[in-house]
Design a protein around this ligand. Structure first.
Ligand code: AMP
Ligand code: GLY
Length: 424
């Protein structure tokens, strides 16, 4: 099978790594890719992944038999719709269903319409409504910009002034959702969906805040673990009954059912699970910890999805724990420095590796190669250090051993990935 994988982050490096282990694979292309994916297949840096015609043209040129879309922006841009029209099987929803992620207003209306538990919210379309809502609410409460914002379009307001400033900025670009602040712990639930059935993957926890003990601004994710030891199996069943099934029924009812990944961000509150957000793709960095636990061929699973058989497909996970620590550039998430040389000392090198005595992987995200082939930083989240272990303590120690071996100017990471962290 010739596969085109779309994206260039740590998630795509992990997807490329997992696909490259499949017996079905006869060619792997990654658009645009990063230096890590280039080790595993052929990068196509000139494909414009936000332009459906450019993606379709690449599929014709390389005789692609399956497209896997990693990030949200190409989905929201209609890449899937164009590929399906061109007869190319694709994992990822069309533009309509991608609104579950690309519009906070749409997803909140969807949850309310289909009885999916979520925070009480009001949609705000203008300054007058914003002032009305601010005068009614006590902090903390949460403001969400309508469009895609790489995990940075959400403010947990601690003062009305801060909320007003963020709200006015958001209104300049569209609408806004203001909702109750939920306390509890978060889990990321991934569901493989096809037109007939679905399959729930092991739960992950993402460490979204920049600061330790979950303080500071939201980021795209500073680390992840899989599975989540503090999420009881019975709770996962409750999530399936109260969240996943009503969501899939809602998709069906609205004609939005798709073949792809549904990511449900869930807050486990004292009143039970409540949905924070939907995404229509795998998470980053959750993918980097989830895929190394799957004993199943990823392309077998993709094939099952394309044929509407995911509910019958073989799916096995290792009985291990996986921990991923993200190394970010100075300034992230507000801005970030680039162009610093990355060095990996000790037993590791800067490609997916299994160093001696360490069951470890190093996935690249915001990296680039200089003309003289030096590995440089090029983004906010540069690398994810992933290790598997028999338990959280073992996996965590190994993941931090890799993180300590990576050096570049201004590099930083959270030291508490794997700890159990609650909101206030
Ligand atoms: P979202 O993009 O909607 O998932 O929001 C990003 C992050 O903001 C979430 O992962 C949570 O950590 C936090 N967040 C979002 N909505 C709420 C809420 N209603 N209560 C508390 N935290 C929230
Ligand atoms: N880890 C959060 C996300 O992928 O949106």
């Amino acid at each position: 099978m010739k596969v085109l994988l779309i994206g260039s982050g740590g998630r795509e490096h992990a997807l490329a790594w997992k696909m490259s282990r499949s017996n079905r694979l006869s060619g792997l292309y990654i658009a645009p890719g990063n230096p890590g994916t280039d080790q595993l297949g052929t990068n196509l840096p000139h494909v414009d992944i936000l332009n459906p015609e450019s993606v379709v043209a690449a599929c014709r040129k390389y005789r692609i038999e399956l497209v896997f879309v990693g990030p949200e922006a190409p989905l929201a841009a209609g890449v899937t719709d164009a590929l399906l029209d061109a007869g190319v099987p694709v994992i990822g929803p069309g533009r309509d269903a991608a609104r579950l992620e690309s519009s906070k207003t749409f997803s909140k209306q969807f949850m309310n319409a289909h009885g999916v538990p979520t925070a009480q919210a009001r949609m705000v379309w203008n300054e007058h409504e914003l002032e009305q809502e601010l005068s009614k609410r006590q902090v903390p409460f949460v403001l969400k910009m309508d469009g895609l914002a790489s995990g940075k379009g959400v403010l947990e307001a601690r003062s009305t002034e801060e909320a007003r400033e963020f709200g006015l900025k958001a209104l300049a670009n569209g609408s806004l959702v203001i909702e109750d602040y939920l306390s509890g712990y978060e889990v990321s639930i991934f569901v493989l969906l096809d037109r007939q059935g679905y399959r729930v993957l092991p739960a992950c926890a993402d460490y979204k805040k920049a600061g330790e003990r979950s303080t500071g601004p939201n980021t795209g994710g500073m680390g992840a673990i899989c599975p989540v030891p503090w999420l009881p199996d019975a709770m996962l069943e409750t999530i399936e009954e109260t969240v996943i099934i009503p969501t899939i029924q809602g998709l069906e009812a609205e004609g939005l059912r798709y073949t792809g990944v549904l990511y449900i961000g869930v807050m486990m509150t004292e009143q039970g699970p409540k949905v924070l957000e939907y995404n229509v793709r795998f998470g980053d960095p959750e993918t980097q910890v989830l895929l190394p636990l799957l004993n199943t061929d990823l392309l077998d699973m993709c094939d099952a999805m394309i044929h509407g058989r995911i509910d019958q497909a073989f799916l096995e996970t290792d009985n291990l724990v996986s921990v991923g620590v993200v190394i970010a550039s100075a300034g992230y998430p507000f801005s970030h420095e680039t162009g610093h040389e990355i060095r990996v000392t000790g037993a590791t090198n800067a490609h997916p590796v299994t160093p001696k005595n360490l069951d470890a992987l190093l996935f690249q995200g915001g990296t680039t190669l200089s003309p003289d082939e030096k590995l440089l930083t090029s983004g906010g989240r540069c690398l994810t250090c992933v290790a598997r272990g028999r338990n959280l303590v073992e996996a965590r120690a190994a993941a931090y051993q890799i993180a300590d071996a990576v050096e570049f100017e201004g590099a930083w990471f959270r030291g508490d990935i794997g700890s159990r962290v609650f909101g206030e």
